[in-house]
Design a protein around this ligand. Structure first.
Ligand code: ADP
Ligand code: MG
Length: 501
């Protein structure tokens, strides 16, 4: 049991959970880490310790992978009827819904995000996502295929089977902890894989609570294992483990490249959802009010800690001053505060490290000649709050235009022509998302076709859905999650050929 002081704004259920958090979920049991090591969960709004969590390492990962392998081979899971997997997933969705307020409070406490958004985006999104993916369990299909070769007169019957890839290692980030765990777990469970999930060390609470609900729903032991701990230890051990068939990762491009290389040592399947530097393009004909609200939301939602954050704002020169003034005014008006406070409009960033990183970029922006027309500093001196910041005056080679900041910092730049903006939008190593704000239909189509990004939105930003493929081109990743694409990520295609005559 964790010793802890009561957190006054937390409900009873969330408070009670904290006193039992701090174990790993291996083979259906809650266990301490083999080394007995722990680490602190920190509240980013107050910098105080929430509770201690188990620091899983190589030995724990090995146990978890062995449990996942046993569960994968066990008939209780491998021969479970698809409709039964669906039923378990629907039950889990019901349980998440039933415990939604507790999960939202834990997510807000752990990550810093507004509890309001945790309810409607993170937790409700998770419920919907499990329900959506539950439906896929009964809809996995192969094809029948004609065969032309063979000796004259021979006949063949050939078809493909889609089968679960096996034991999946899933490493997720801290920006949408519960939702990212769900994007990984739900398709894997729908197709019959077993999982070892490694939450981000900054935000492990909701994954652990989800683990409890997974057991309560009745998934067989070992189907989902959860190992909390650090990336360099637990995450690396999972990536290196020879008995893991696939690694699914969401996080930084830097770590994604490392994971991809390591995974190749045993030719694991790999899917990577990495960083972005998504352009928001506002054409001269756009409705200014809509575009301003959209551009502000694209960068400031979740304190800018969104892989698809609209961190490069390009405005056609005639509208530039108006749009920049509008977004700067939004930035200045945002009230920063703890996620649980209903008057807060933006929470802190997740950690001291992240705050230092973002403030470092702000410094760099000034050093490279940019002007912060809104924000540009830390807010207060307790908690990891960074002011929503709007930069102008930075060229396309500047650090703030090139590198992912993962904080509430946007760089605004004017443009003149479609060709110029298409080239500039693509002048990045990333290719995750983009948005185009215009009422000109042909311009919208011209740009959506030319922009190299996994998702392009028109007159909106950050719309994701369980049914819509999501992922990055270029250095934003490999593979597409969600929708039918996710089913492909977690299955292997097997070709069966039978001589029938
Ligand atoms: P950030 O730097 O923003 O925290 P990361 O990409 O480092 O983002 O983290 C995303 C996830 O990857 C976290 O769960 C983290 O623990 C994990 N991770 C970090 N480094 C490694 C690594 N070398 N191997 C495997 N996982 C890692
Ligand atoms: Mg890191």
């Amino acid at each position: 049991m964790n010793e802890m002081t009561k957190i006054s704004h937390l409900g009873e259920a969330a408070q009670a959970f904290l006193s039992r958090a701090g174990k790993l979920l291996i083979d259906g049991q809650w266990v301490a880490s083999a080394s007995g090591k722990t680490f602190d969960a920190i509240d980013p709004a107050t910098e105080s310790v929430i509770c201690q969590l188990a620091a899983g390492e190589k030995e724990d990962v090995d146990r978890a992978v062995k449990a996942a392998r046993r569960a994968f081979d066990d008939s209780a899971w491998s021969r479970m009827r698809p409709v039964e997997r669906e039923r378990l997933m629907l039950k889990l969705a019901d349980l998440i819904e039933h415990n939604a307020e507790e999960l939202a409070q834990l997510e807000s406490l752990d990550n810093g995000k507004l509890v309001f958004f945790a309810r409607i985006v993170d937790v409700q999104g998770t419920v919907d996502f499990f329900r959506y993916m539950a439906g896929w369990a009964t809809k996995i299909e192969g094809k029948t295929l004609d065969v032309s070769l063979g000796m004259p007169g021979e006949e063949y019957q050939a078809y493909t089977l889609r089968q679960p890839v096996g034991v999946v290692g899933q490493i997720v980030p801290w920006n949408f902890p519960l939702a990212m765990a769900t994007w990984k777990l739900a398709p894997a469970l729908a197709v019959g894989c077993t999982c070892v999930l490694k939450p981000a060390e900054q935000t492990s609470l909701t994954a652990l609570r989800l683990g409890e609900l997974i057991l309560e729903a009745g998934f067989p032991p070992g189907v989902v294992n959860i190992v909390t701990g650090f990336g360099e230890t637990a995450g690396a051990a999972l990536t290196e483990h020879p008995d893991v068939d696939k690694i699914a990762f969401t996080g930084s491009t830097e770590v994604g490249k490392l994971i991809g290389k390591t995974a190749m040592n045993s030719l694991k399947r790999v899917s990577l959802e990495l960083g972005g530097k998504s352009p928001v393009i506002v054409a001269a004909d756009a409705d200014v009010e809509t575009a301003v609200a959209g551009a502000a939301n694209a960068i400031f939602f979740n304190s800018g800690q969104v892989c698809t954050a609209g961190s490069r704002l390009y405005v056609e020169h005639k509208l530039f001053d108006k749009v920049v003034e509008g977004v700067a005014n939004v930035a200045k008006s945002i009230k920063l505060g703890a996620g649980h406070d209903p008057s807060s409009q933006m929470g802190p960033v997740v950690s001291q490290e992240q705050m230092d990183r973002v403030l470092g970029y702000i410094e760099k922006g000034r050093a490279e000649g940019g002007e912060a027309v809104a924000g540009g500093a830390r807010h207060g001196n307790q908690g990891y709050f960074v002011q929503p910041t709007v930069f102008t005056g930075l060229g396309s080679d500047s650090t703030l235009i090139r590198e992912e900041i993962f904080g509430p910092v946007v760089v605004a730049t004017p443009y003149k022509s479609v060709d110029e903006i298409a080239a500039e939008a693509n002048n990045t190593t990333y290719g995750l998302a983009a948005s185009v704000w215009t009422n000109n239909l042909s311009l919208a189509h011209r740009l959506t076709r030319r922009i190299k990004a996994g998702t392009v939105w028109v007159n909106t930003h950050n719309v994701v859905d369980p049914n819509l493929p999501f992922g990055g081109m270029k250095q934003s990743g490999i593979g597409r999650e969600n929708g039918a694409a996710a089913i492909e990520l977690y299955t292997e295609l097997k070709t069966v050929v039978m001589k029938v005559g």
